[in-house]
Ligand binder design. Sequence first.
Ligand code: DP6
Length: 427
Amino acid sequence: MADPKTYTATCSAPVNIAVIKYWGKRDTSLILPTNDSLSVTLDQDHLRSVTTASASAAFEAGDRLWLNGIEEQIKDSKRLLACIQECRKVRKSREEADASLAKMSDLPLHICSENNFPTAAGLASSASGFAALVATLASLYSLQPTLSTSDLSRIARQGSGSACRSLFGGFVAWQSGTSPDGSDSLAVEVAPKSHWPSLQALICVVSDAKKGTPSTAGMQQSVATSPLLQHRIKNVVPGRMVEMGKAVQAKDFDLFAEVTMNDSNNFHACALDTSPPIFYMNDTSRAIVQLIEEYNRSSIEETGKRRVAYTYDAGPNAVLYAEEKEVPTVLALVRHYFPNADFDDTFNLLGAGANASHRGAQAPAELPSGLPKTFNKDIIQVHQPGSVRRLIHTRVGDGPRTLHKAADADNVGDEKESLVGPDGLPL
Ligand code: DP6
């Protein structure tokens, strides 16, 4: 008789933003990168993907998946299939080795996944999405400690390269590895979130009408055509990984900022060196670069140190990293030159009296006091209201969390966290 039970698990996973960028694959099927990369995991309290996976013999139509409430065809995605099959395979071998385990690996799965940030915000959701999927299947199937977190990252990598880094919190390196089967291409923790908790991020969501080249296609165009990318892979990234490792270990923000900005600019130079060229940054993105460079220049003149770092992925949005004590000034600077952005004031920087989400303020915010003496206020113009659409203030965060699990001997967390209802359909 078929197992009448429904087994379920729900996990959340964070977004990560690389400071040494992954750009290029040496194997597009296994998702093996051409170079190492390093990222900062952001706080799931602000940005996250949540996934529920339920397994039941009652799911007669087989495996099904819903993303943000809309059903997607699993069979159309090689990447999804790879992640699900890998997790099932490990569960199956565990069931074969331990007869007391429920025969869950053969049961159809219903999977629901949601992001708490709008896809329209232009923030990469594939990293947190695939990390949440793998963390959830690992929880449902009780794959840990048989598999380590790095083992899980190797599975998530096959969903989306950058997803492997979202399996850890804090500061994370993806070691490209050399093996053709991908067995040594995995993520490792460089330092936990607790090592440098004062590191924060201000995400500037930049308005952009046009749809850019997706990263998967863009990076392979660069691999095929950009001599600069080959130089980056061989001669630039290896030294930067060492420098960035040192910066993180020493919590040396000045070095962290220098390497982060250099690497972002080198990656975007490789995009430009691609044939045909790819432009991810727009005029607003470049104005933010000019502003931060001027702020850092004047700060170096006064104190010898940089105060902010910018980095850009495959789109026009800036992610600014700064130490907590610097954020109010950085925020005021950005709000002055880029008025009217909706601001997610997660740390209540603007005070209790202010409008909770700070939408639609008409006048540009005042320039902050205490700017370095030689800061050139005319470095850029005050931009059109809304050219930066939204500002999200967040900080370094932890790795995936199990929100609920009812499978094997575990019954943990709150059932209300589940995205799948008792009928097996999205709630
Ligand atoms: C610019 O991980 O989205 O954000 O592996 O094809 O899914 P696929 O690509 P993806 O690429 C991310 C590129 C990047 C840099 C980075 O995150 O390191």
